[in-house]
Design a protein around this ligand. Sequence first.
Ligand code: PRX
Length: 644
Amino acid sequence: MADDLMIAVKPEIAEHARVTAAQREAMVAEATADPDAFWAKEAQRIAWMQAPSIIKNTSFTGDVSIKWFEDGVLNASVSCLDRHLATRGDQVAILWEGDDPSTDAKVTYRQLHERVCKLANAMRGMGVAKGDRVCIYMPMIVEAAVAMLACARVGAVHSIVFGGFSPDSLASRIQDSECVMLITADEGRRGGRKVPLKANADEALKACPSISNVIVAKNTGGAVAMQAGRDHWWADACDAQPAECAPEPMNAEDPLFILYTSGSTGKPKGVLHTTGGYMVWASFTHENVFDYRPGEMYWCTADVGWVTGHTYIVYGPLANGATTLMFEGVPSWPDNGRFWQVVAKHKVNIFYTAPTAIRALMRDGEGPVKKHDRSSLRILGSVGEPINPEAWLWYYRVVGDERCPIVDTWWQTETGGILISPLPGAVGQKPGSATLPLPGVLPALVDNEGTLLEGATEGNLVILDSWPGQMRTVYGDHERFIQTYFSTFPGKYFTGDGARRDADGYWWITGRVDDVINVAGHRMGTAEVESALVAHASVAEAAVVGMPHDIKGQGIYAYVTLIAGVEPTDALRKELVAWVRKEIGPIATPDAIQWAPGLPKTRSGKIMRRILRKIAANETEGLGDTSTLADPSVVTDLIDNRVG
Ligand code: PRX
């Protein structure tokens, strides 16, 4: 491992850094010794209608209760909009770059405020009130951010569903949180293709009686069906509304949003974030991790359908008064120089993307990167999955010309924002390591019995105490929240990740230790793919595991047992791939399907996934003990018929 390759903070970066090494030390010391004092001070970075006097009130035991700033009152949209009007009303808040390279748009803070207020008024007019859930199923257009902030304005809880999800996935998320309104667009655009969002929504809504109004943004102008009484064009609903809208006073612990994410078992769960702590965390981490300075052009390439888009396209940058670039397209279209063309076009200073994109672009060599001027870049970021040292070094050398520090940011939907990452002016980097925790974050390693491990070692990654951005519950199922995160290692938050800590105390995330796989930075529960497969009439049983994949990090490998009498054919394999895409969405496309006459099971009927993971990874030498299997011969058959 590249433990020894330490890239020290360059003097020219340390000199102007928001946080120097000494300041970081002081922050860590204060946040640990006196969290109340530290976070009371940091809370002042956002706008309060009533400042909090109670700061931290959290417990990881018993019923697990997490409250921050609990007597504070605020509205998230005010921190992101109103308070900037006097100082930077005419500054660009959102710079939108279209899928088609000839399209872009600038929206100032004043314009964004007006658009949010108009939509918020329209929503109130349709009866949306504080606490109601509103689903957002949108492409990467400015209206997506407007919709989020308008929900926040009226106190509605948004639940964004990624535009790549299928009608079924959309429907089950709407049903789980009983959304009253859906905000969508006619169609999305990605890589020159159209995504039929409204048509998907119509399909989903057949099973969603809780939705009484749908607001549809006109994006491509493609023909869509509009249901009278239910569906409203955005412009018709908003244009005549007043340009001011009183923000709903929200308690710090009132919900801001729900975001569904995959776990080891069952359906995706609704991760619930509340208002005060989340906003403080979004602002604190965005400013310090990206060393953000006023006036900079900041670009996070994520989609607002994922948590990265929530915290680092919308809430964090807008709370900090930044110009946030919102990109509708993909890195490979019209060609694989697109990211760098956009960097040059808009003089991007801070660039934040995923390792899977870096690895895909690396394949094409330096040419497409070098063609474009990247001299504006100052900080590079990585998120979503472990970044392998080769990709890290390519990003550093080729994209950043060895000038720009890389912040490898480890976090999760559940954590609300970044927990482990270098602060670029304070922490030297090691390629492949997320380096050190942020002030106030207390990671630890435990073995499978829950014993704390000291020193340089590897184990399960837990967090010992709460931070303001932490999720508060699973929507509608607090028991599942306790079970999922606090029961494996009682009294500690279990991340589901494994990690290694080296002799310098640096953290290296090794990947999930549960049945979650990470495909191109997208989190997927193996159980979800399995239940999609067994829903097909020809499938008797299915077991899904992750397999190593050069570009995507992990691919989806499915073992499928057909019902008796069904012939395993190539046509059926294709049909099953298409089936899963239709059931969940293209991100769940299986990379390999192996016909499995039998699955390796213990005598009590439990599938031994450890063996299936090894076969998928072609590591069939060290399968370990197979003597406890009900029928050891199935393993031989699986090895002989491995796909790929
Ligand atoms: O396994 C870790 C991986 O992504 C998981 C969280 O996925 P999600 O909730 O979809 O959030 C993604 C964006 C924050 C984690 O449990 N992960 C995320 N960032 C990193 C990472 N693994 C290694 N290094 C990272 N920087």
